[in-house]
Write a protein of this length. Structure first.
Length: 252
């Protein structure tokens, strides 16, 4: 098996006496979806925050392409090629869809833009925004004001904004939250397409979606890894059934 794009080793985060994440280790490989599941309060979003730089770890390491990035600032991690989405939609609602993506692409520059040069003249940034919208299936909505999009389209836009930074790793935190069946199916199809060219760590509560798109699953309970493996291995795991999926007879 090739070396993982992202290797997490014994990562921990404590808030006073509370251990939100305890000695979590997992490998994230390119070209697939690794789903992170578990009950509310299991530490999934805290783990995503540690990987994206929104939180500093209390211990452990995060190696990205061989480099330990644990504790780096979010902007540095993003410029290295790791992008994330959030549980709550995080877009510029009053701006057009294209401008949302253009601003995200601009963030990857790593230096200030000229105050006297119009933003629309930066061809590479515009091309990155256009490509991201095409990948997310929103090219026809480029001129629409973001707030006028449906909830599902807004979630697609947030994914497009992550893509505009040209990442190799996507950290997706509950991208299906609040969606209806048709919107969920579109998002699952989008994630499956993106997995062909990206390493994806997916936090999601929709088990039908998880088992349809993930190649690997890690189950967290009380801040720790309970089990990790292929979907069918996790589905049959008695401890996982009892802690999260339900009884063996009722597991789906």
């Amino acid at each position: 098996m090739p070396e993982p794009v992202l290797r997490i080793e014994r990562l921990s985060k404590q808030f006073g006496g509370l251990a939100a994440v305890s000695d979590v280790s997992l490998d994230l490989h390119g070209g697939g979806v690794h789903a992170l599941i578990g009950p509310n309060g299991a530490g999934k979003t805290t783990l995503i925050n540690l990987l994206s730089g929104d939180l500093r770890p209390s211990g452990g390491s995060v190696r990205y392409q061989g480099r330990d990035i644990a504790g780096l600032a979010p902007d540095r991690i993003a410029r290295l090629g790791i992008a994330r989405s959030y549980q709550k939609t995080n877009i510029f609602g009053e701006f057009p869809v294209f401008e949302n993506c253009r601003l995200a692409a601009q963030a990857r520059l790593g230096h200030a833009m000229s105050l006297v040069r119009p933003a629309y003249t930066y061809r590479a940034i515009n091309a990155a925004a256009e490509r991201a919208l095409a990948l997310a299936g929103l090219e026809a909505r480029a001129g629409a004001v973001a707030l006028t999009l449906s909830h599902g389209e807004q979630r697609q836009l947030e994914v497009a904004m992550t893509l505009a930074t040209s990442p190799s790793v996507l950290l997706l935190d509950e991208p299906l939250a609040g969606m209806g069946s048709e919107e969920s199916q579109r998002m699952v199809a989008l994630i499956a397409r993106l997995a062909l060219e990206h390493a994806i760590l997916l936090v999601e509560h929709d088990m039908d979606a998880v088992f349809s798109v993930a190649a690997m699953l890690t189950v967290m309970v009380n801040g720790r890894v309970l089990a990790s493996g292929a979907p069918e291995t996790i589905r049959r795991n008695r401890a996982v059934q009892e802690a999260y999926l339900g009884t063996a007879e009722g597991a789906t």
